[in-house]
Ligand binder design. Structure first.
Ligand code: SF4
Length: 683
């Protein structure tokens, strides 16, 4: 067959949605690189996807359906045929339905490597027909999505290409060097153009010549930081009252809370010098265009929703919209709409909803009916869901019939009764909606499925037909499915380009006069207004809660912190440049490290590379210490999604993460974990 170069789109959960070129020789993937056809991808991609062929051909790749023969977690399986697997799953699910009802079955999934054809379509139709419990997908991006929806109707934001036009840029709770790398060249260009750039993050990822100011805010304290800046501007008469009168409501509850936060109170709570908070407020106020890149790191705590709302309110309060490069960037996926009901014809799934963050409790507690059947696809809850010990206890239940539909033998797949082999995005048709870039990406098979792997839509159709469902979508092949979904897509009102998408290329949404918030793009709320205090914020909007501590209540500005002595360090678990959530952890992140500030390390006698235990009341993780002065004092960090084999005791960061929820959207609060750390003594 020789060497050929084929186009497709990266499917990973990443804002960049890269246009890819894949070199294929004799039916095997040789290399993956970025296409130059799309200016933002610009010929380069991250190291993660460059190494993706290692996943495709990894020894742990699931090549055929398997049935468990040993105890759960033991990795003892026997090969079975697809017919046997589909027959057995159907029989077991039917038995559960007869005895316990359909709600005793739980589909468990996330969008780590899913496109529109793989999640939310045929899978949802199948589980709806089964009468299964629904999944409330709260593990990520819920508080930010909820507030962006309530405040602006999920108005699309400032595109990355416009950042060089900005004169001030705040990167708040995001690490573009790990999970949005195509923003970095635009930041550098903005810097060359003279922009002031600040980063708000407990961990400084930038060098001194890349940014002007770093505010190492304590995890969970972004809200007082934003409120103190708003108070400063309010006092100085800087708020754009004319803009607010014309375009916004709900300003008063926000200003009432902001007025409680003096610079000193915010400095004490954030542990950031008051003069730095003031410097950031002044630089932002004085610059136009000014843009805030609001990330997802700031939402992963019990104040996350309120903090995201306060941050997204800033451009409105300060009148920063209406110019190219001015406003905010959150998720831009609101520019693309899919008429799911029109495509699949289902909207009648009304069973109980289960919060995915509480999986451990759901599987081990008193639920009525209990979960007796679990179908996991495109996610790895054994390492990604809070309270890992409870999750593992639940997965180990012998009376739980678990199916895991996966590409490789993940930590979760080891607990499955039946394992089904899934195609990677290089072996299937799919569509990816960009949530950073304004694109929809066509995904097409560049190689044949490895082993007996099948794509999601085919497998859910097989399962549905086996239980007697005769809905038309279950008869579609993947090409037909792609055509139907493309026909249901609109990009800012125009139809999607089916020809580009079916050939594995991007359909790029272009704004002839630029994407300008309050210029070419307006809020999508029902009345077209900004709602600065949306109902999503709950009964106590913009009120601050003691970070990390579920039992502690509201905290007033200037009030002394109490408690925390037993577990004084805040644990964060951010994205890194080796894995996309847990994807690629099978080979790309072999040794778990906990990063710790030199002062915290010295206090505990910890040296670089030493084996340490990180612990709290929920569990313990034994791993290697990495002393890093870029991380702020009082905070330690372990990467999100590391596999169990990377740590000494088979436990990872989620073993230390609490299960309490954000009031906004019932979302996970990973960064509320509080821990202590100690050297593991030899012998
Ligand atoms: S993970 Fe992100 S940066 Fe890497 S190739 Fe995919 S879209 Fe591009």
């Amino acid at each position: 067959m020789g060497l050929e170069t084929l186009h497709t789109t990266c499917i990973m959960d990443c804002p960049d949605t890269c246009a890819l070129e894949v070199s294929v020789e004799d039916g095997k993937v040789k290399a993956i690189t970025g296409s130059r056809d799309y200016a933002v991808t610009n010929g380069f991609i991250c190291d993660k996807v460059r190494r993706y062929p290692q996943r495709v051909y990894h020894p742990d790749r699931v090549l055929h359906p398997m049935r468990r023969t040993g105890t759960k977690g033991s990795h003892e399986y026997v090969r079975i045929s697809w017919d046997e697997a589909i027959g057995e799953i159907s029989k077991r699910f039917e038995g559960i339905r007869q005895e316990w009802g359909g709600e005793a079955i739980l589909p468990y999934h996330y969008g780590g490597s899913n496109g529109l054809l793989s999640e939310g379509g045929l899978d949802a139709l199948y589980f709806a027909r089964l009468g299964a419990s629904r999944l409330d997908k709260t593990i990520c991006a819920v508080p930010t999505t909820e507030v962006a929806l309530g405040m602006y109707g999920k108005m699309p934001g400032v595109p990355f290409e416009s950042y060089p036009d900005a004169r001030a840029i705040i990167i708040w709770g995001a690490n573009p060097k790990a999970s949005n790398i195509h923003l970095v060249p635009f930041l550098r260009e903005a810097k060359r153009n003279g922009a002031f750039i600040a980063a708000v993050d407990p961990w400084n990822r930038f060098s001194d010549n890349e940014i002007d100011l770093h505010l190492p805010v304590m995890p969970g304290a972004d809200l007082p930081l934003a409120l103190a800046m708003i108070r400063l501007w309010h006092e100085a008469g800087d708020l754009d009252q004319a803009f607010l009168a014309e375009h916004a409501d709900g300003t008063e509850p926000l200003l009432e809370q902001a007025d409680l936060w003096t610079l000193d109170a915010a400095a004490a709570e954030t542990r950031v010098p008051a003069e730095d908070i003031e410097a950031l407020a002044r630089a932002y106020a004085d610059a136009s265009p000014a843009v805030i890149r609001c990330g997802w790191g700031l939402e992963r705590n019990r104040n996350g929703g309120q903090a995201a709302a306060a941050i997204l309110a800033i451009p409105a309060l300060m009148g920063k919209f209406g110019v190219l490069g001015g406003g905010y960037t959150m998720s831009n996926s609101g520019a693309v709409k899919l008429d799911t009901q029109g495509v699949y014809g289902h909207d009648d799934w009304q069973t109980r909803s289960i919060n995915m963050t509480r999986l451990g409790e759901v599987l081990t507690g008193d639920l009525d009916p209990p979960i007796k059947g679990l179908f996991v696809y495109n996610c790895n809850p054994a390492v990604t869901v809070p309270d890992q010990n409870a999750v593992l206890r639940g997965l180990a239940r012998e009376d739980l019939f678990t199916v895991v539909f996966e590409q490789v033998m993940t930590d979760t797949a080891l607990y499955a009764d039946i394992v089904l082999p899934a195609t990677t995005f290089l072996e299937q048709h799919d569509l990816r909606v960009g949530y950073g870039n304004y694109v929809v990406g066509g995904i097409r098979p560049v190689i044949d499925p490895v082993g007996e792997a099948k794509p999601n839509d085919e497998v859910f159709a097989l399962l549905a037909r086996a239980m007697g469902c005769d809905d038309a979508p279950f008869e579609w092949d993947s090409e037909t499915h792609l055509e139907k979904v493309v026909a249901g897509l609109t990009m800012e009102g125009r139809p999607a380009d089916g020809e580009a998408l079916s050939s594995g290329r991007l359909d790029v949404l272009r704004f002839p006069d630029g994407a300008i918030q309050f210029g070419t793009i307006m809020p999508r709320t029902r009345d077209g207004k900004i709602h600065l205090t949306p109902p999503e914020l709950g009964p106590r909007p913009y009120h601050y809660l003691t970070p990390g501590d579920e039992s502690a209540g509201e905290k007033s500005a200037g009030e002394e912190s109490t408690g925390g002595a037993q577990y004084p360090l805040a644990l964060i678990s951010p994205a890194n440049n080796k894995m996309v959530s847990s994807t690629l952890g099978e080979f790309n992140y072999p040794t778990l490290v906990v990063s710790v500030h030199p002062a915290d390390a010295e206090r505990r006698g910890i040296a670089e590379g030493q084996t340490v235990r990180v612990f709290n009341e929920l569990g313990e993780v034994v791993c290697q210490a990495q002393v890093d002065e870029r991380l702020r004092e009082g905070v330690v960090s372990m990467p999100k999604g590391a596999w169990r084999k990377s740590s000494v005791n088979g436990k990872t960061s989620t073993a230390l993460c609490p299960t309490h929820l954000n009031v906004v959207g019932g979302a996970a609060c990973f960064n509320d974990a509080r821990v202590e750390i100690a050297v593991v003594s030899a012998g």
